[in-house]
Structures are given as structure tokens and as C-alpha cells.
Design a protein around this ligand. Structure first.
Ligand SMILES: O=C(O)CNC(=O)[C@H](CS)NC(=O)CCC(=O)C(=O)O
Length: 257
């Protein structure tokens, strides 16, 4: 496992883990069996890690125990540098997809969908939380930016190899550009077991869409460090004032009547 001490000593204030950071099952249902509540021993260990290393953690894709034994929540947890859970977001868009040339996924068969859009303040700026497949649904990021004031969008993921090759970088850069936010996308990479392989390519993108952090190759594991410059967020937004120019959701509702 990556050392959070190492990351903290690189001067980082927030360390972002990928989806399914503590467990990846081979088949549907494996992860339901190991799911725990937020106050269980797995999350306790990550809270201790945050406290001991004095660093904030973004823990995307925690298998949180659901409301019945057949289901879990795919939960993105933000822990502060004292080890306290500051915020939790339960993945809203579930990956029920027949991947062309790949397998059929049915995340909803073992996952309950969340209902709330969640942003939280942190030492590097206001974070907008999401998980993996959410990336394909721009509305949630628009809400995070235009209603919840996000400056940094977090997208922990375990993208498939096929869909990652076709869509990963372009979707992430689009979300950064259209919302004028940093995007931090921590990605699972490589072969996990005989059923699962993830695309990889962890990326940090600035609000102009420029890639400012990337591992040396797509399947590399390791730590990418980048500066988050909130004055760049402000200047991009000032020069291209899309927040003032955009039509609010109500406009479109009326326009399509
Ligand atoms: O279940 C786990 O162990 C971890 N969760 C995942 O891997 C999830 C649900 S199956 N994967 C995605 O959302 C992939 C999205 C994707 O690849 C795309 O949008 O193209």
C-alpha cells in the first residue's frame, strides 16, 4: 500500500485513493460480504492513518454496509487530518452496462443508489464528491459547481479497460473545462483477478483542462503530486464567466415544455 507518510512528506494536504481502494471482489456479491459500516474496523484504520500522518484522505468507493444483507452503498468518504469523517457521498449512478467486447456489469444487483449531492470544504478548496460511473452524467458536476460551490471535483474510479481507452481522459477533461474546476481522478490500474481489470491512468487536471499530474504510464501505481492553485480557478472563471451566462435548470424546463 502507498505510504500516507510519504505523501504527507511530499507536502500534500489531501491524498486521494481510487474506487474499491480496500477491496476488489472477483464476482458480484463478494464485496457485499465484506461490507462494513462507517464506524467499523476498516474505516477506523483509515481514520487512524489520516490522524497519524496528519493528512486529509479521500476514500472513494468504500463498501459501506447497506440497509439489507444483499446490498451495500458505494461510498466516497472524506476524512480530515485529525481522523474525523467530514463527509460521505453514496454513488448515485450505478454501472449497469453491457460493455462492448467486455462483460456485463450490474452494479445495482448488489448496490443501493445514493440520493444526495455532496460537497465539503478542505484545506485545498471546496471538494465535490463523485464515484466512477458518475463521470458520464454531467448534471451532478454542474450541481456541484453551480449550486454547491465546488472548486475541485474528485472522481475516484475503477474504469474498465475498454471504456477507459475510449472515454476516460476526454470525459475528465470535459468535466474540468465545463465546470472550471480542478479534477482529481485516482484510478485503479491493471489486473485484479481473473474477472477484473481496470484501465488505470490516474490524472490531475486544472480548470483550463490542462493535465498537471499523471503517472508515468497508464498501469503504473504510485503517487502523483500537483499544486492546487485556487487563484487559477478564480481567473479562469473571471475571464470566461459561464456561471453568469449559463441558463439555470428552470430555463430548460420551461424551454422544453
Ligand atoms: O464493484 C467494485 O468492486 C468497484 N466498483 C466498480 O468497479 C464500478 C461498479 S461495477 N465500476 C464502474 O463504475 C466502472 C465505470 C466505467 O468503467 C465506465 O463508466 O466506463
Amino acid at each position: 500500500m502507498l505510504s500516507s507518510c510519504q505523501t504527507a512528506s511530499a507536502g500534500a494536504k489531501l491524498l486521494c485513493f481510487p474506487e474499491a481502494f480496500s477491496f476488489i471482489g472477483a464476482k458480484d456479491g463478494d464485496s457485499v460480504r465484506i461490507a462494513q459500516p462507517l464506524d467499523g474496523p476498516i474505516m477506523d484504520q483509515y481514520c487512524s492513518l489520516a490522524r497519524e500522518s496528519s493528512i486529509w484522505l479521500s476514500l472513494g468507493g468504500f463498501q459501506e454496509k447497506g440497509s439489507d444483507p444483499q446490498h451495500l452503498f458505494n461510498t466516497h468518504v472524506v476524512v480530515d487530518d485529525t481522523g474525523k469523517i467530514r463527509s460521505t457521498y453514496r454513488k448515485i449512478h450505478l454501472f449497469d452496462v453491457d460493455v462492448p467486447g467486455g462483460r456485463v456489469y450490474k452494479e445495482s444487483s448488489f448496490t443501493e443508489s445514493g440520493k444526495d449531492v455532496v460537497a465539503v470544504d478542505s484545506p485545498i478548496g471546496r471538494l465535490g464528491l463523485s464515484v466512477c460511473y458518475d463521470l458520464r452524467f454531467p448534471e451532478i458536476y454542474q450541481l456541484l459547481r453551480f449550486q454547491h460551490g465546488a472548486q475541485i471535483l474528485l472522481v475516484p474510479a475503477a474504469f474498465t479497460k475498454v471504456t477507459g481507452e475510449a472515454h476516460w481522459e476526454i470525459l475528465l477533461r470535459a468535466r474540468a473545462i465545463e465546470n472550471q474546476c480542478y479534477v482529481i481522478a485516482s484510478a485503479q490500474a491493471g489486473i485484479h483477478n481473473d474477472k477484473r481489470e481496470s484501465y488505470g491512468d490516474t490524472l490531475i487536471i486544472d480548470p483550463w483542462g490542462t493535465i498537471v499530474g499523471r503517472l508515468p504510464d497508464r498501469l503504473a501505481t504510485g503517487i502523483v503530486v500537483a499544486d492546487i492553485d485556487l487563484s487559477l480557478v478564480d481567473s479562469v472563471r473571471e475571464k470566461m464567466p459561464v456561471a453568469k451566462q449559463r441558463k439555470p435548470f428552470d430555463f430548460w424546463r420551461a424551454a422544453s415544455l
